[in-house]
Write a new protein. Structure first.
Length: 117
């Protein structure tokens, strides 16, 4: 399910203007209709849905936020660096331009990005 809700997205991202979409199983929330129609953003969020399903949803969020908080210390509290170095984000950003990625993706492939820097 996909919804467009700039207000809901602002609430979930603590008013971050930079966030265009967010995948929270089973929905994808978009900032506006343009981001909903952007195939790259949609593919990025679909990659997150696959990651969430593989980890049976709740463990995904535990690992995601654990990595983020470890990265905050590692990158001296620079949010952008901490976020961009989460393995789930690295996998999604690396492959978001490949529309065939999810068809060929190996199970639990985000682990491949866990220690890549």
């Amino acid at each position: 399910m996909m919804i467009v809700s700039p207000l809901f997205l602002k609430i979930l991202t603590f008013n971050s203007a930079k966030v265009n979409a967010m995948a929270i199983w089973p929905i994808i929330i978009f900032k506006n209709i343009d981001t909903k129609q952007d195939s790259i953003i949609l593919n990025h969020e679909k990659i997150h849905h696959r990651q969430q399903l593989e980890l049976v949803i709740l463990p995904f969020y535990v690992l995601y936020f654990s990595e983020y908080f470890v990265n905050l210390f590692k990158y001296k509290f620079v949010h952008h660096q901490a976020y961009m170095n989460i393995s789930f984000e690295r996998e999604a950003y690396t492959n978001q331009n490949n529309p065939q990625y999810l068809s060929n993706r190996k199970f639990l492939n985000h682990f491949k990005y866990l220690y890549k820097q």
